[in-house]
Design a protein around this ligand. Sequence first.
Ligand SMILES: [Zn+2]
Length: 395
Amino acid sequence: MKQGTKQLYFDNPYQVEFKAHIIGREKHEQGPILILDQTCFYPESGGQPADKGRINGVEVLDVLEKDAKILHVMQSEVESDEVNGVIEWETRFDHMQQHSGQHILSQCFDTLFDAKTLSFRLGLRASTVEIDKRDIMEDEVEKVETLANEIVFQDEEICTYITPEEMIEKVPLRKPPQKKGHIRVVQISDFDYSACGGTHPNKTGEIGLIKILKWERIRNNLRFEFVCGRRALVDYGVKNRIIREVAVKFNVGEGELVGSIDKMIAELKDHRRRLRKAQEKILDIEAQEIMRNAEGDVIKEIFADRPPDEMRILALTIIRSGKYIVLFGTDLQDRVHVVLACSESLERDMRDLIPVVSPLIGGKGGGRPTLVEIAGQKAENLKLALDKASEFLGI
Ligand SMILES: [Zn+2]
């Protein structure tokens, strides 16, 4: 049997430096691969990402596990057969905090709701656990957090040991092991027993605060996003700053923020409604004036920078007030908009004008027999387009 790699992180997850012999070299699309007789580098496994670091000063891009060997994907070739490796402690410790936090959270869901953990993913910013549970209330989530953090505050011991397969039934594992043979158990006091090959601290106090950020329904389960330790501290800092800044803008205490925002939204809605009513009144007065000043039943006008919906309301008011043909256009700086409308009793189809007007203003349009709208770009042809429309209509 070929020699495997001794996984130093199993015995001591705090070890960051090591010496090793190269026992194999392979090629990978990302770079050369080194296989060592022993390593501190944890390969991506069980939801926990690979460690980062350097071997003989060369960056380790990825770490994989294959047939009891640990494969180090290197940035470039390492010449010497004896090497010094060093892993990035900050990343390792972060992974230890998140992964151990997950074990505790999973056991909390199990203890409180008999809900099993289906999957775990340690992400770059937050981690997720998928739990076999359909619904959860806010206060139930709080219960999970309270229990989880109690385990942290009690600074319980975390120990790891290998158990032969035939003895594993005696260990009250939260979840049956996925592997056969010798099973590595991660035990948190008498609270949680997990079959796991991950890196974990010696005491739960090192995990720091465990915080659930949010949850969502996925398939028929719930997926919880959470952060632990330093990540929780960073997250708290960001959110605290946002809340402080918003509270200053509203000139209220943090506890009154939601009420203030609700009040502002209600006021805004009310203002919008009043504004719309006032606009309708003004447009109605304007429509009456246009009709009074009209010579005949054709009303042609080009507005400067007029919102298209105002033009549409004006046109509709006019065509509903008598027998009129309305040809409106507006120059909106970077574009133009045309509204062509006629009273129903005239029995004309304004859609016939689309192929006449559209090419002139470089646009596209559509509508119904009594009203069409065309949006285009060529402001210089706006007058010409309306003239051609009148010509086409024979008016
Ligand atoms: Zn684990």
